[in-house]
Design a protein around this ligand. Structure first.
Ligand code: GAP
Length: 580
C-alpha cells in the first residue's frame, strides 16, 4: 500500500544521509576504498547485494517467468566488435568533449549553454577568492583585465556565432577578440575553451593473451625512422592504407595523426569492447531464440546484467556510474502493431515501478520530442523519478521500428526475419508474410532503481517511546519483497532459554527460504532501531511470555505496532505478509 498519494518531501541533505547510511550499514561502498576509491564504480555490501538481487529478481519474475510470451537470455559482456559497428555505438556513442581553459571543467559540447550575439558572458566563480585567481589567470593567459564584481568576472561579450570579445567598461567596441565556439562552460559560463575532442564512451579491451603493445611499439619505431612517414605507412599496409582510419589520417599528412591511426589500425585485430548496454545481444541472438524457443511474434527476449560506459560525468552516487546494471527487454511485434504494444508496455512498466513505491506520485512518463529521439525511433517515453535534484530518467521505453534487426542483417549478412505462414503479406496479398519484426524496448537501470527505491524508502520520523519520550528514528520503508532481511529474531535477553527459542524460529524461517537474522546484541530498543534503519519489515521478539505460552511479538517496522503470534504460525505469517 502506498504511504501517500502526494509526492515525497525528501528530508534535508537526504543524499548525504543516504550515502552515509549505505556505507555504515553495508549497502553500498565506494569501489577500492582502501586505495583511495574510484568515483566511477561502486561495490554492493551484504545488504546492498540482497536488495539489488531482490529488485532484479522481481523484474525477472514480472517480465519473464510470469509471461508466456517472454523468454530470458544471459549473454556475454564481450561481443564481436562488429556488433557495435552495426548498432552505431562504435561511431555514434562518441561525444564531443571540451575542456574549459580557465576552470578545467570538462563537459559535453552538445549539452552546453549557447548564448546569442550581443549577450554578455559573465564568468560566475565559486567565490570571491576563486574569482581573484581566475581573473589573474585570464590576465596572464589572454591579456585582458576582467572586472571583478564579487564572485563574477565581467567584460566579455558574445559578438557573433563565431566571435567573442573583451569590452572594457563603457566601451562599445571590443579591445580584443577571440574565436567563439558557440557555447560556454555549463557551470561557470566561461568561453575560453579547448577544441572539441571525440571520446568513445565504450570501454576498450583486447582479446588474446599476446601483449599488443610490443608489436605496436616495434611498428611505430620502424615507421617513424623512415624519411617519409606517409610513404612508409603506404608501403607497409598496402590496400589497407586506402581505407578507414589510415586513409583519413594520410589525407591530412599530420604526423601525430598518422601515428595515432597506425596504432588504431594495428589494435583492430584484437579489439573488443565491454558492452555499453545489454540490449544488443537480444537482436544478435534473435534468430537462435526464435528457432530454439518455439516463440513467434509478438514475443520478447529479456536480459539483465552489467553494462559499462566511460561516462563523462559520474554523478549522484550510483545514479550514473561507469559500471552499472540494466534490465532490458526487446519485444518483437508485427509492423503496424507497435503503437498498441507501446501502450501495453508503458502501462506494465509503470505498474511495476509503482507497485514497490511508497510515493507513486514521484513516478511519471515524459514523452520524447521528435528532435530528441534517435532518427529511426517512432516514439519514446522515459519513466522519470523525482530525485532530490529534480525529475530524471529511470527507464526508457522506445519504439525502435525494425532498425536494429535491419542493421545486424546488413552487417552480418544473415537474414533476421520472421516467416508467418498463416498470414498474407499486406503489400502483395500473398502468403507467407516475411517481415522483420518491429521492436518495443523497455530499458531500465537496475542500479539506478536501487537508488530510487532507497530514496523512496528513506524516512526520518519523530516517535514516542514506550516511556513517553520523543525521539527521532530513521527508517527505510522498503517494500518487504525488496528488503534485504525479511525478519529479525530477537531474544529479549540472553538467558532463560530465550536465545534457544529464537534459534529455533530462525532455523524454521531459513528452512522456508526466508532471509532472517538472529540478533541478540544491545538493548531491544537499539535492535529495533537498527532493523528500522536497514529496512527489515518485521522483528520477532522472544520474551518472558514466549516461555509460558509459546507466542512471540511480531513488530511492524512502519507502524511499530506489535501483535502476538504463536511460534508454529510464524513462517506462514511472514510468508503471507510477503505475498500480500
Ligand atoms: N538499450 C537502451 C539503453 O541502454 P539508456 O537510456 O542508455 O538506453 C537505459 O539506458 C537505462 O539504463 C537508463 O534509463 C538508466 O536507468 C540506466 N543507465 C544508463 N546509463 C547509466 C549509468 N551510466 N549509470 C547507471 N545507470 C545507467
Amino acid at each position: 500500500m502506498p504511504l501517500s498519494d502526494a509526492p515525497k518531501a525528501h528530508p534535508a541533505d537526504v543524499m548525504k544521509k543516504l550515502v552515509a547510511l549505505c556505507k555504515n550499514r553495508g549497502f553500498v561502498f565506494q569501489s577500492s576504498e582502501i586505495y583511495g576509491g574510484l568515483k566511477s564504480a561502486y561495490d554492493y555490501g551484504p545488504l546492498g547485494a540482497e536488495l539489488k538481487r531482490n529488485l532484479m529478481g522481481e523484474w525477472w519474475r514480472d517480465m519473464v517467468t510470469t509471461r508466456e510470451n517472454v523468454v530470458g537470455i544471459d549473454a556475454s559482456i564481450i561481443m564481436h566488435p562488429n556488433v557495435w559497428r552495426a548498432s552505431g555505438h562504435a561511431a555514434g556513442f562518441a561525444d564531443p568533449l571540451v575542456d574549459c581553459k580557465v576552470s578545467k571543467e570538462r563537459f559535453r559540447a552538445d549539452k552546453a549553454p549557447r548564448p546569442n550575439p550581443g549577450d554578455p558572458l559573465p564568468i560566475t566563480c565559486a567565490d570571491k577568492g576563486v574569482a581573484k585567481d581566475w581573473a589573474e589567470r585570464i590576465a596572464k593567459d589572454f591579456g585582458v583585465e576582467l572586472e571583478r564584481d564579487g564572485n563574477v568576472l565581467n567584460g566579455l561579450k558574445c559578438i557573433s556565432a563565431t566571435e567573442f570579445g573583451f569590452f572594457p567598461k563603457g566601451a562599445t567596441a571590443p579591445a580584443k577578440t577571440w574565436t567563439f565556439r558557440g557555447y560556454v562552460g555549463p557551470t561557470f559560463g566561461c568561453p575560453f575553451l579547448t577544441d572539441e575532442k571525440q571520446f568513445n564512451l565504450m570501454f576498450r579491451t583486447s582479446l588474446g593473451p599476446v601483449d599488443q603493445m610490443g608489436d605496436i611499439a616495434a611498428a611505430i619505431t620502424e615507421l617513424t625512422a623512415a624519411p617519409d612517414l606517409a610513404a612508409a605507412v603506404r608501403a607497409r599496409f598496402g590496400r589497407a592504407a586506402d581505407e578507414g582510419v589510415l586513409a583519413k589520417a594520410l589525407e591530412g599528412n599530420d604526423r601525430a595523426r598518422i601515428i595515432r591511426a597506425v596504432m588504431e589500425h594495428l589494435s583492430q585485430a584484437a579489439l573488443a569492447y565491454l558492452r555499453p548496454e545489454t540490449a544488443q545481444a537480444m537482436f544478435v541472438q534473435f534468430k537462435n531464440v526464435l528457432e530454439s524457443s518455439g516463440q513467434k511474434p509478438p514475443f520478447g527476449i529479456a536480459q539483465m546484467g552489467k553494462s559499462f560506459r566511460n561516462e563523462v560525468t559520474v554523478e549522484h552516487f550510483i545514479f550514473r556510474s561507469c559500471e552499472f546494471e540494466q534490465m532490458e527487454m526487446e519485444f518483437f511485434c508485427e509492423p503496424g502493431t507497435q503503437a498498441e504494444w507501446m501502450r501495453f508496455w508503458k502501462e506494465a512498466r509503470m505498474a511495476w515501478w509503482t507497485r514497490f513505491a511508497n510515493y507513486p506520485a514521484d513516478f511519471k512518463f515524459r514523452q520524447h520530442a521528435k528532435d530528441e529521439m534517435a532518427f529511426y525511433a517512432d516514439d519514446c517515453y522515459d519513466v522519470e523519478y523525482k530525485y532530490p535534484w529534480g525529475w530524471g530518467e529511470l527507464e526508457g521505453i522506445a519504439s525502435r521500428t525494425d532498425y536494429d534487426l535491419s542493421q545486424h542483417e546488413k552487417h552480418s549478412g544473415v537474414t533476421l526475419q520472421y516467416v508467418d505462414q498463416e498470414k498474407a503479406d499486406p503489400k502483395t496479398g500473398a502468403k507467407p508474410w516475411k517481415y522483420k519484426p518491429y521492436v518495443i524496448e523497455p530499458a531500465a537501470g537496475a542500479t539506478r532503481a536501487v537508488l530510487c527505491f532507497l530514496l523512496d524508502a528513506y524516512h526520518e520520523e519523530e516517535r514516542t517511546t514506550a516511556t513517553g519520550e520523543k525521539e527521532m528514528r530513521t527508517v527505510l520503508k522498503l517494500h518487504p519483497r525488496l528488503a534485504p532481511i525479511k525478519a529479525a529474531v530477537l531474544p529479549l535477553v540472553k538467558k532463560d532459554g530465550m536465545p534457544e527459542k529464537a534459534r529455533e524460529i530462525i532455523a524454521a524461517l531459513l528452512k522456508a527460504g526466508i532471509n532472517a537474522k538472529y540478533d541478540e546484541k544491545a538493548a531491544i530498543g537499539k535492535r529495533y532501531a537498527k532493523h528500522d534503519e536497514i529496512g527489515t519489515p518485521w522483528c520477532l521478539t522472544v520474551d518472558g511470555q514466549t516461555l509460558t505460552d509459546g507466542t512471540v511479538t511480531l513488530r511492524d517496522r512502519d507502524t511499530t505496532q506489535q501483535v502476538r503470534v504463536a511460534i508454529p504460525d510464524v513462517v506462514a505469517q511472514i510468508k503471507s505478509r510477503l505475498e500480500g
